[in-house]
Write a protein that binds this ligand. Structure first.
Ligand SMILES: [Zn+2]
Ligand SMILES: [Zn+2]
Length: 351
């Protein structure tokens, strides 16, 4: 098997070749057909998240161990099945649910392994899909891709699921409500694709890149370019002086989160999603006087991912633009992501 691996935090990924693993117990070996490159892989390579004021949250303190093959948005073809894995047809093409938990805690038992306190997520705590092979611990983590092509299906495991999970938390919203979405990158694109299926609220997207905003306008949404003048005023000009009923922050740094918070109307809700890093200062009386909700959202559950794939397939949603690249380009793609050069998603083919 050939993999692009992280050997040392802060260093480029290295290509490594070794013998294919053989699945033991309930494990399944897949040939990787497509693996999405996610912005959070960048934090993994750096080894930390920014916490604001120069403080860092180190991924090694959260249990990440090297060497590691990143990649948590994987579609693969079943190559070999472990002796206790049951009946899994060889050659079947499946999407891997990567947010695996310990299997024993309350969250895991309730079907929300993404919230497990001893996470075993693929591509973060165990080897992932920047490779031509991936070992998945149990067939229950393999989902039907319906008629979706691997390069389009893979990113629903993280970017699509994260956008879906956040949008669901902003509901219910009526046609009278305004929803502000900050960030028109990968997550914003998935949100734009899914929004018409979930709500008829009036949606405004905010970003500082005109190219990304132009793509969003093709979906029929209003946009505000935050690199031009007074952003808060520009949003209020569209939504009125009271503000927005809900805000989803896919960037979630110090600037965007305080902007989103300041634009909430009474009884408004803010959903913090992005991992760009920073901090939000909230005067406590404001929360109660204005009856506000601030909450986070992290990926989604296996049943939500299955529900999402079915929805996308049934409604024949137009695919998010995808650039297909080879494994040896993995590290340079992360550099492009870091400098904000990527439009839509980049997918590795495992070759
Ligand atoms: Zn991701
Ligand atoms: Zn657990």
């Amino acid at each position: 098997m050939k993999s692009a691996r992280l050997i040392e935090f802060g260093s480029p990924l290295e290509l490594e070749e070794k013998r294919d693993p053989s699945p033991k117990g309930t494990e399944i070996l897949l040939e990787v057909l497509a693996c999405g490159v996610c912005h959070s892989d960048l934090h993994l390579r750096d080894g930390y998240y920014q916490m604001g004021k120069g403080e860092k949250l180190w991924v090694k303190d959260r249990g990440v161990r090297l060497p590691l093959t990143p990649g948590h948005e994987v579609v693969g073809r079943v190559l070999q099945v472990g002796p206790e894995a049951g009946k899994v047809p060889l050659g079947a093409v499946k999407l891997v649910y990567p947010w695996i938990g310990c299997g024993e805690c309350e969250e895991c038992e309730e079907g929300t392994p993404q919230l497990c306190s001893s996470p075993k997520s693929l591509g973060i705590y165990q080897d992932g899909g920047y490779s031509d092979r991936i070992l998945v611990p149990h067939p229950k983590w393999l989902l039907d891709t319906h008629d979706l092509l691997p390069e389009y299906a893979c990113s629903y495991a993280c970017a699509g699921l994260t956008a879906y999970g956040a949008l669901k938390k902003s509901l219910p919203l009526s046609a009278k409500d305004h929803l502000l979405i900050i960030g028109a990158g990968g997550l914003g694109m998935f949100a734009a694709q899914l929004l018409p299926l979930l709500t008829d609220a009036k949606v405004i997207f905010l970003d500082l890149d005109e190219g990304r905003l132009a793509k969003i306008r093709e979906f029929g949404f209003q946009t505000v370019n935050s690199s031009e003048g007074e952003t808060s005023e520009a949003v209020r000009k569209i939504v009125g002086p009271k503000g927005v009923s809900a805000a989803i922050d896919f960037v979630n740094n110090s600037v965007t989160s305080s902007l989103a918070f300041s634009l909430l109307k009474k009884n408004g809700k803010m959903i913090s999603v992005g991992l760009f890093g920073g901090e939000l200062k909230i005067p406590t009386p404001i929360l109660s006087l204005r009856s506000l909700t601030v909450r986070g959202s992290y990926t989604g559950s296996p049943s939500e991912l299955a529900e999402l794939l079915q929805l996308v397939s049934e409604k024949k949603l137009a695919p998010i633009p995808v650039q297909v690249k080879s494994l040896k380009e993995a590290d340079s793609i992360l550099n492009d992501l870091a400098s904000g050069k990527v439009l839509g998603r980049v997918v590795l083919t495992g070759k």
